[in-house]
Structures are given as structure tokens and as C-alpha cells.
Design a protein around this ligand. Sequence first.
Ligand code: PEP
Ligand code: MN
Length: 353
Amino acid sequence: MILVLQKKASQDHVAAVCAWLERINLTPQVLQNASGTVVSVKEEVSELPAHLFTQIPYVDKVIRLHSQATVATSATLSPIELANGLRIGGGYAPVVMAGPCSVEGKAHILHTANRVKESGAKILRGGAFKPRTSPYDFQGLGLEGLQYLDEARKSTGLPVVSEVMAPEHVEMAEPYIDILQVGTRNMYNYELLKEIGKSRHPVLLKRALSATITEWLDAAEYILSAGNLKVILCERGIRTFETQTRNTLDLSAVAVLKKMCSLPVVVDPSHGTGRKDIVQVMSRAAIASGADGLIIEVHDNPTQALSDGPQAISPELLRDIINESQQIYALFHGTKRSDCAAPVDASRSMVNR
Ligand code: PEP
Ligand code: MN
């Protein structure tokens, strides 16, 4: 069961709600995000009458989770707010995360962070732990890579998203990054999902290569039910029979998710296609389909990239994509506020192309 508290509930009121629940031997867990405070209760309470909970001061709504219902589909969970106030989802301007596939070295990540910031990206991406298909490929710089990401965020002010692959990476990575990424190969890593559920960091949960939307939401549920309500879903392409693209970017999933739940949805056209020549057009389509943001791989010397060079775009193209994204989102969906958006560069307006 989840109790959604009134917006005006102060920390003292939240404590009073918890004390009330504890008096009847329930175990409250307080969860706070940009949209307010909820208190979850793990115990089975279906035998208890609803008015018992609605009468608690400052309780606005009682959400009972029946066997088929889930936190993901029952609660309002967007926008998700980062520590710097940037909001993702909930009708706010689309947020673009960009950077290299891998953190390749200190100078490289600092340089790329500045380039993507100049292009209008709001979040820096870069992998320190790399899940590579071949064990002989570059496996990432690990802790050293996380430290370089921290330096890049300090020098640019950009929050950082980076992948964690094992439960022990979560605590290790938290001080250095802002968003924990669960990669496609780890969507079914339940011990990792449970560990991330205990974290206060937002999570970018990528869809597994062959996961149905339901399986993907079940993975999100592992994180949500453990107490972390800041889950961002990321469509990054699924495996089909097609070989012209690395994966098949399933944009219908964005539209379906928007009907099923309120979690923010971000699209990754880089892994979704594997082709730098179609990243721009698929970014346009992603935003038109309702995505709350994009995550894009950028490298200014792709032939030398230590991973995923063929899908990396230039910082210049990134700038165009970001400008277009703001316009397309506003055209089809309107925007609540544009203060988090990259300033639209009118001289490069896509309308003039
Ligand atoms: C990545 O973001 O570099 C990555 C490895 O992504 P995915 O898990 O989607 O393959
Ligand atoms: Mn990559």
C-alpha cells in the first residue's frame, strides 16, 4: 500500500504519519521526489478498512496494490528532479544526455564534457564500467573512470549518468555520479536492481535486448518497490531479424508506456540504430513519439573511439538535434516550462531547413 501525502505536509507531519502506522505494527518507508511525499507499507493490509488510512492527518490518497497492480502503473512518478533542479518527464522540456560511450581518459572526458555542454546537453554520459560482448575489448576504466566523470561534472556543472553492472558498483559509484544507469544486459540482474532500489540516486533503466514492455516494467518494479521512485525508462532498441541496423528502435514502446505509466521515458538512438547517419532522424521521431529526453553518444574522433565509434555523432550535429528536440516537443506536446531546456538557437531552426 502507498499513502500519498498532501503537498503541504511538512517533515513533522510525515514523521507523525509514520508514527501512526508504527502504532499498528506496520513498517513505513518514506519516499520523496519532485512531485511530493509518499509513504509505502510493505505489509499486507487488504484486511484493514480503507478509512483507517484515509483518516490519518495529511494523507491525500491511499493506493492499494492488488496482485496485478504495481507502483509503476499506479503512482504519479514524474517529473524526476535532479539535485541541480533539472526535471525529467512530467511535460517538461526534453532533456538530452550526451557524451562518449566510454570514459577513455581524463583529458578526453573533460574535453568532450565541454563540447556537449556547448551543444546544449544537460547531462553528461560516459561509461566507466563497460559491458562488452567480447572479453578482449576495452572493459572501461572502473573507479578511475568514475573519478574523471566527477572532475568533468565539477568543471562543467553537468550532472553525470554512468552504468553500474554489479551490486557492489552502486555504493562505489554514488559519490561520483548523479544517475545510475542499468544497461540492457543487466535489466534482469535482480540483485543489482534491489541494490539500486535502496539508493537515493535516480536510475536510467535500459530495456533488455529481448524484453517485452511488461518484463521491463517488472524490472522497474524491483527498484520502485524497494523504495527508489526515481526511475527513468530508456528504450535503446531491441533485437529483431533486421541486420541493417544494430538494433530495432521500438518507438511504439514510448507511446505504449505513456499510456501505461507516468515514469519518464528516454530514447537512445545511438544503440538503437548503431548508425551515426540515422541518429538525427530517429531522435526527431523519438521526441515526436513523446519521449521525455534522449541519450546520445558523441565523440569528436569516432575512428579512434575505444567503443561504439560507428554510432558516435559530432558535437555539431548534437547541437542541431537538441535544438530540433525542443521545437518538436513544443510542437506536438507543448512544454510546461522551458527553463530546463537548452536555449533554442533560432538561427539553426529546423523550420528553416
Ligand atoms: C552504453 O550506454 O554504452 C551501453 C552499453 O548501452 P546498452 O546497455 O544499451 O547496450
Ligand atoms: Mn555504447
